[in-house]
Design a protein. Structure first.
Length: 249
């Protein structure tokens, strides 16, 4: 019972972060489960997905309530990510756990560097309309889907900076569309990990309960923050996650 309460409290903290950055909480859950509980990389990713999938569902609904997500943009993103996340997850379950962890750290460092660079680059004012034609959304969905399937939760954090920089959306619009991309990809990835027994359900379920209780607060915070502050926090968050896992390698 005490363990369940601890997992629920951890899930609540992760859910708030997930709502804030539009990532479902899994990106920090993976290093937390690896460092604090000693789970190998695949098991940490699969267990985190138990929390991520319902968190993404709720966060997507909350984002849509506050800032309507355009189906004409969300559908090609979601469709492509679903197919390629399935392929990426099949690849992931066959890899060596240590190699997976090193790859995940490199992935986080690259994302942090890109987001840090974007803070200092001059850019045109963001818009709710996309600068690039819709076929490019399928390309983004495919790449983000592979990353999501391979690393469990990578799709949304790949899509968010690309949508703000290449497609010219605001941070909030990008995070909403990233959640639309993440829902089908995280669902099929969880199924693949579960089939290969890389999920600890007794840990994942209370994490999911805690996340569902708190993720709405994170979404509310995201809409209240200035654009540059939200991006800066997102960058710092990625660096912290990378450092946590780097000490575990």
């Amino acid at each position: 019972m005490i363990e369940w309460l601890m997992y629920i409290a951890l899930g609540a903290a992760l859910g708030t972060v997930g709502g804030l950055f539009g990532i479902g909480g899994g990106l920090i859950a993976i290093p937390a489960l690896g460092v604090l509980f000693g789970l190998d990389q695949q098991l940490a990713q699969g267990t985190a997905l138990v929390m991520v999938v319902p968190n993404v569902m709720l966060a997507l609904w909350r984002y849509h309530q506050r800032n309507r997500i355009e189906l004409r943009y969300a559908v090609p993103l979601a469709g492509a990510s679903f197919v390629f996340a399935w392929l990426g997850s099949i690849w992931a379950v066959g890899l060596d756990a240590r190699s997976m962890r090193i790859g995940f750290v490199a992935f986080l460092v690259a994302l942090a560097a890109w987001n840090l660079l974007r803070i200092f680059l001059r850019s045109t004012p963001p818009s709710s309309e996309l600068r690039q034609p819709w076929p490019w959304l399928g390309v983004l969905g495919s790449f983000a889907g592979v990353m999501g399937g391979l690393f469990g939760v990578g799709g949304a954090v790949v899509a968010t900076p690309v949508l703000t920089s290449v497609f010219g959306t605001t941070q909030v619009v990008a995070q909403g569309l990233s959640l639309a991309l993440a829902l089908p990809s995280t669902s099929v990835t969880l199924l693949t990990y579960a089939v290969h027994q890389h999920v600890d359900w007794m840990m994942g379920i209370p994490l999911a309960v805690g996340g569902l209780l708190s993720i709405s607060w994170g979404v509310k915070l995201a809409h209240a923050m200035p654009e540059k502050v939200l991006r800066s926090l997102f960058c710092a968050f990625l660096v912290v996650c990378a450092l946590m896992l780097a000490f575990k390698i």
